[in-house]
Design a protein around this ligand. Structure first.
Ligand SMILES: [Zn+2]
Length: 265
């Protein structure tokens, strides 16, 4: 039997900021999932604008939500939290970073507000590698503090199996790389400088040789990559970007729709 929530009329927009306060409250009453895209503004090599993570993180969140709503779920998406943890990119310029305490405080304010309005399920959808660990910390702490379900993940970590087969020179999404550049060519071509693509390549990992998979140790990208790129954007294309976005958001929507994730006792 369909739940009473699914019977209510869907909101006129997926985007929190395009709904009236009453419309947002109706989504809370319908037990909608709130997706909070979390990004960063930082250098993305010689060929991409600094806003890549906001464009990609925001679009992946919205497209995921759109697919979930089409499948009958209630979801709304907040605007992107555009500033994140990017200390390791500061040496290149063009970068904004928060400190850890401020980053956690921003997420606490956003999730706490949603909770006070009656939302009981929040997903922090991260689009920036430097935020990965902090997103997990936020989700864990905020779930306890507000007594609601809070999950968090970096989008490409959730769906590695759909990304790998679409790439030629990488196994996964890296930085200003084949994957990010392709999706930007598809979504925001004005933020790409094609004449600089030939310089847009770097090492195949941000980890040093011999660094075990579970060992966390961030270092300045200045030490790792001359171009600011990790991966190889020279084989990027808009067509590949469209396929990546489709595959990523289809799979994310499927995963986040799993009722087991959000079940409470
Ligand atoms: Zn980033």
């Amino acid at each position: 039997m369909a739940s009473k929530h699914k019977a209510a009329a869907p909101a006129p927009s997926l985007e929190w900021m395009k709904l009236t306060a009453a419309e947002v409250q109706a989504e809370a009453a319908a037990d909608a999932l709130v997706i909070v895209p979390v990004a960063s503004m930082e250098q993305h090599g010689p060929h991409l604008a600094t806003g890549v993570d906001t464009v990609l993180g925001g679009t992946v969140a919205l497209e995921t939500a759109r697919r979930m709503v089409e499948a009958g779920h209630r979801v709304i998406v907040t605007p992107v939290c555009w500033a994140g943890l990017a200390e390791h990119h500061m040496a290149f310029g063009g970068t904004v970073t928060l400190d850890q305490a401020t980053f956690q405080a921003v997420l606490r304010g956003v999730v706490g507000s949603a909770s006070r309005h009656g939302f009981r399920r929040v997903f922090l959808m991260n689009g920036h590698g430097g935020n990965s660990e902090a997103i997990g910390t936020a989700a864990t702490d905020l779930a306890v503090e507000f007594g609601i379900r809070v999950g968090g993940a970096t989008y490409w970590h959730m769906v590695p199996e759909v990304i790998a087969p679409l790439l030629e020179r990488q196994q996964t999404l890296m930085h200003a790389c084949e994957a990010e550049t392709s999706m930007m060519m598809h979504l925001a071509p004005a933020s790409v400088r094609p004449e600089l693509l030939s310089k847009a390549h770097g090492p195949t990992s941000s980890r040093v040789p011999g660094q075990p998979p579970g060992l966390l140790m961030r270092r300045s990208f200045r030490e790792i990559t001359k171009s600011g790129v990790v991966g190889d954007a020279r084989v990027a294309s808009a067509e590949k970007g469209a396929r990546l976005l489709d595959a990523i958001t289809t799979k994310c929507a499927e995963l986040l729709a799993n009722p087991e994730l959000w079940k409470t006792r």
